[in-house]
Write a protein that binds this ligand. Sequence first.
Ligand code: COA
Length: 269
Amino acid sequence: MDALHRSFVVMSDTVLLDRRGAVAVLTLNRPDKLNALNAELLSALEAHLHTVIDDRSVRVIVITGSGPKAFAAGADIAELHAQDAYGGRLFAAFGQRVFNLIERSAKPVIAAVNGFALGGGCELAMSCHMRFASETARFGQPEINLGIIPGYGGTQRLPRLVGQAKAIELILSGDMVQAPEAHRIGLVNRIYPADALLAETQTFAEALAGKAPLALTACLEAVQIAGDTSLLEGLHAEANLFGRICGTADFKEGTDAFLQKRTPTFTGA
Ligand code: COA
């Protein structure tokens, strides 16, 4: 087995991996603690992410929470409580490393937010490429009420998604927003009834899984660059990526299929 196809052995059941065709569903699984992100869960999530990102047969990743109440109610406050200044720095860096892996994934990652997405839960959802939420979902960065600040990317990703003024309001107040408001401010892409959320997310994910994988990756890369750099550098990168994708078999297949009035079959080549 080469490094690209390594498989991590995950001993923990704090994250469940369920393969549904080309879609991998990762479920945060500490429902009695509202799926709070402790070190064990974050390690399991990181290991599962490496497995599904390296697996060619997985085209789209969905992250959700178990139980009816929460996606994730934040970093585990019992573990957080024990930190000092040095430990807190490491604590934040670990969560950021896992969430950067999601954000920089070459495959689309969708958060199916089935309840509370607070603190680290909101930050996890924001590191995903899209957020689909149940009507009962609630979002917030309540760290201020614990006397700290968001540490898993909240101060950086929230303003990029909702603008600086709204982000400052949410981070300073610690207030929660309900799903319709989260949708209105651009934090959430779509809202579904709670009992339809996973099925609708799966249907959307399957549709993405049928698209050209290299083009999907290039789209993610290009949009990521838009958030990282100047317009001129971003346009330069886009032209380079465009040229690269014009050299793929899937580009030939997509344009051939259009001209021949048939459905394309993309292979990832
Ligand atoms: N870390 C550790 N445990 C947590 C947790 C967290 N972030 N969020 C919830 N839990 C635990 C509770 O301690 C409780 O455990 P217990 O039954 O052993 O006492 C269990 O999950 C259920 O939570 P509870 O508070 O009883 O549920 P609720 O419906 O009354 O309230 C919330 C739900 C989300 C409003 C409340 O749990 C909460 O405010 N959680 C913390 C949110 C937060 O500050 N996140 C940022 C952390 S940096």
